[in-house]
Design a protein around this ligand. Sequence first.
Ligand code: NDP
Length: 432
Amino acid sequence: LRRNPGEDEFHQAVREVFSSLGPVLEKHPEYADAAVLQRLCEPERQIIFRVPWHDDRGTMQINRGFRVEFNSALGPYKGGLRFHPSVYLGIVKFLGFEQIFKNALTGMPIGGAKGGSDFDPRGRSDGEVMRFCQSFMTELYRYLGEYTDVPAGDIGVGSREIGYLFGQYKRITNRYESGVLTGKGLTWGGSRVRTEATGYGTVLFTQEMLRTRGQDLEGRRAVVSGSGNVAIYAIAKLQQLGATVVACSDSDGYVVEEGGIDLEALREVKEVRRGRLSDYAQGRDATYSTNGSIWDVPCEIALPCATQNELGVDHARTLVGSGVLAVAEGANMPCTPDAVRVLTEAGVLFGPGKAANAGGVATSALEMQQNASRDSWTFEHAEERLTEIMVGVHQRCAETAEEYGEPGNYALGANVAGFKRVADAMMALGTI
Ligand code: NDP
C-alpha cells in the first residue's frame, strides 16, 4: 500500500485476490518462498506519456496516456485500452492486475496488461477522436507487437478507435501486423463474434451457474446495467435464451420497459447514432429515470455491465430482497466487496468478472490465432469456440472451489485457478 499511494481501486483488486489465496499458500509453500505474490503486485513495466492533439477549433489539448504491462509469464501482454475522464494509474493497475488472472483462467497463452487515457470521447467529433488516437499511438507503438503487447478495446474504445489506432501503427511501422491489436473490423483482420463475445460470454457463464442448480434462463426477468458493448450483447444473448430484459442504463439514468428492451432500437441509438439512453426511451412504453438505481428494479438475473463499484451493499440487499437468483459481472469489479459478501451469504449465485467476462479476451486470443494463420472463421465456428471456452472457465472455477472445500464459491475458484496457472509459469521461468 505504501508503495502505491492513492491507488484505491488497485488496492481493492489486490486485496480481493489475495484474500482467497491463504489455503493455496498453505498447500504450496514454494510460492511464498519464491516471492510470487510480491512479484505479481509489481508490474513488469509501466508507461505513462503525454498525448497532445488539436481539437476542431485548433486548440491544443493535452491528455495522459497509460500502458501497464503487468505480467507476461503466459504470453504476450493482453488487455484493453480505456478512454474515460476517470482514468488514472490506479484504475489502469486494477484492470491490469485482474487481467492477469482472467487471462490465465481462459487457458490461453496470453499475459496481462491494461492501458488507456483520461481522454473523454463524449461529444468529440470523429476528426477529434482520430487525431487523439493517432497521437496516442505515436507514442505507444514502440512498446507494442504481436509477440510483445496486444491491446484491445474497453470503455470508450470500440472498433472506430481501434481502426484509427491500427491505421497509425501501420503507418509508423510500415507493417501490416494484424495481430498487434484486437477488436478490428471484419474487413481488416477482425474476428467474427469479438464484438458480441464479452456480453455473450457473461450470459453463457450465468447459464452454466444456473445449471448447477437445475435451472435455466428461459422466462427469467433480467436487468443489465450499462448500454455499451458488453451490455448490448448480454441483452442479445439473454433474449436468445428466453429471458426478458426489463432494464438497462447509462451514466445519466436508466430505462425500465416491462415488455422487454427492444434490442434493435437500442443498437440504432447507441451504435449508429451514438445517442443517449434518454433518446431511446422517447416515444416508447418505457420509463426513463435519473433518480434511484437500476438495482431497485426487481429481477431474477442481474448483470452489472457498466463500470467498477456500481453495485454496492445496499443494492445487493435490495436485489436479495427482490429474489435475485444470479449476479454475474460483465464489467470489471462492478460489485463492491461488501455487496459480494451480502449476495453470497444469501446463497445467490455470483460470477466474478475474472471468469464471467473472460469471453472478450478469449475471443481476442482467437482473433490473434486467425491473424497468425491468415484465416477468417465463420460466425458459427467462432461462437462454438467461445462457448467451449466459457464452459471450460466455469468448470475450472467450480472444480477449484470444490477442491478447496467451498463448492459454489466462484470467486475463490477463479482467483485460485488463475493464480496457480500464472504462478507455476513464473516459477518455471526463474527470476522474472
Ligand atoms: P462501453 O464504453 O461500450 O460502455 C460502457 C457503458 O457503461 C456505457 O453505457 C456507459 O454509459 C456506462 N458507464 C461507464 N461509466 C459509467 C459510470 N461511471 N456510471 C454509470 N455508467 C457508466 O464499454 P464496455 O461495454 O466495453 O465496458 C463495460 C465494462 O465491461 C467495463 O468495466 C469494462 O472494463 C468491462 N469489460 C469489457 C470488455 C470488452 O470486451 N469490451 C471485456 C471485459 C470486460 P455512458 O455512455 O453514459 O458513459
